[in-house]
Write a protein that binds this ligand. Structure first.
Ligand code: NAD
Ligand code: UDP
Length: 387
């Protein structure tokens, strides 16, 4: 491999990276990138390995085989965690319960996973002088200031009332009985803890706030590679509906707005953070694509059109239906109204900009969903109709 240089033209030395939650959606793409494009070694920790099995097996068959070790570890209770953090140069913590359907229905698990379970990781990094990249969420911003203005206020059009800035925007959550915010609140407190460890004990840290990263291997298709009653994030929910030729469900009218970024663009940003510590340490970074904003209704329409193109099947007569959030998620659900990331800090520190348009990222992702799941879904449907 040719000598690789960081953003300041210094050669990049190979390091060992402890990736916690390596078997998840983001973890699998990060491991793939680290192994195929860098000389770094990965200690991959997770309870599951199915999304990275193609990187691990057959043993010894890949050019990177000596550079990845999988450790099946639940970080809630495993004494091996500190040892692995100690032998690594950098720890990246992705482990979390992070599907909105869990926030109001399993609030205790959500809080324990996102807050309590992250504490030893922060402590071991701080005590052992190890660098930490911690995955938080754009949801720490909560609702926009603009959402509290009257519906017809012209100020709602003013970016000062909705663009989310790492060093400026407040974190605005709903009341405690809206348990949706259990996740955001837990993530926020870990951010504050890490920041304080940096300020008081010199912990070298970077905090990542992902804004709806999507792509292949995100979540699961209910009844195929996840529980039939499970409710994944919107990409997998809508993919499941399209695969089963049923209407896409728009929660509370599908009026909420999101910006979606392609996982491969976002992973480029993480690699820049890994390899440019002097530029990334001490920072919180929004990682999203402000140009890819849609309402959830528009997302449903676009996914319907793209899926029809990649599958060659015409869309169904009634492509969407409305459902209430109470019906879909149960009591205590609430929503972020709009999420536009300010890109100033990541642009200045790392020169990163997202590249992929929403149409293009949906086209490659839905091509993957169709190839991976269409046959299995057809089989499952025909089996259930015969029983
Ligand atoms: P994911 O659910 O696919 O991955 C999380 C992984 O962590 C899973 O493989 C899970 O098995 C593992 N894990 C959870 N608890 C664990 C434990 N106790 N011990 C060991 N492993 C454990 O989710 P993702 O989308 O890859 O998200 C990764 C991180 O990014 C999370 O912290 C999430 O909050 C954050 N995030 C992601 C997005 C996004 O757009 N995908 C948005 C906001 C925040
Ligand atoms: N949503 C929807 N139908 C679904 C799944 C999700 O309308 O089948 C909505 C959800 O209410 C939210 C948005 O899509 O407004 C994004 O949801 P997701 O679960 O991806 O996570 P979030 O962006 O809220 O963290």
């Amino acid at each position: 491999m040719a000598a690789r240089l960081d953003l300041d033209a210094n050669p990049i030395a190979p390091i060992t990276i402890c990736v916690i939650g390596a078997g998840g959606f983001i973890g699998s793409h990060l491991c793939e990138k680290l192994l195929s494009e860098t000389p770094h070694t990965v200690l991959a920790l997770d309870v599951y390995d199915d999304k990275i099995r193609h990187l691990l097996q057959p043993a010894g068959a890949h050019p990177w085989s000596g550079r990845i070790e999988f450790h099946r570890i639940n970080i809630k209770h495993d004494s091996r965690l500190e040892g692995l953090i100690k032998i690594a140069d950098l720890t990246i913590n992705l482990a979390a319960i992070c599907t909105p359907a869990d926030y109001n229905t399993r609030p205790l698990d959500t809080i324990y996973s996102n807050f309590i379970d992250a504490l030893p990781v922060v402590r071991y990094c701080s005590e052992n002088g190890k660098r930490l990249i911690h995955f938080s969420t754009c949801e720490v911003y909560g609702k926009t200031i603009g959402s509290f203005l009257p519906k017809d206020s012209p100020l709602r059009e003013d970016p000062a009332y909705y663009v989310l800035k790492e060093d400026d925007s407040p974190c605005i959550f709903g009341p405690i009985e809206k348990q949706r915010w259990s996740y955001a609140c837990a993530k926020q407190l870990v951010e504050r803890l890490i920041y304080a460890e940096g300020a008081e004990n010199g912990l070298e840290f970077t905090i990542v706030r992902p804004f709806n990263w999507i792509g292949p291997r995100m979540d699961f298709i209910p009844g195929i590679d996840g529980p039939s009653e499970g409710v994944p994030r919107v990409l997998a929910c809508f993919s499941n509906n399209l695969l089963r030729r049923e209407p896409l469900k728009l929660v509370d009218g599908g009026e909420s707005q999101r910006t979606f970024v392609y996982i491969k663009d976002a992973i480029d940003a993480v690699l820049l953070m890994i390899e440019n510590p002097a530029r990334a340490n001490g920072h919180i970074f929004n990682v999203g694509n402000p140009n890819n904003e849609v309402t959830v209704r528009q997302l449903a329409e676009m996914m319907t059109e793209v899926y029809s193109k990649v599958s060659g099947e015409p869309s169904i007569e009634t492509p969407t239906i409305d459902v209430s959030s109470k019906e879909f998620y149960g009591e205590g659900y609430d929503d972020s109204d709009k999420r536009i990331p300010d890109m100033t800090i990541i642009n200045k520190q790392l020169g990163w900009n997202p590249k992929t348009s929403l149409w293009d990222l949906l086209e490659s992702t839905l091509t993957y969903q169709h190839k991976t799941y269409a046959e299995a879904v057809k089989k499952a449907i025909s089996q259930s109709s015969t029983t």
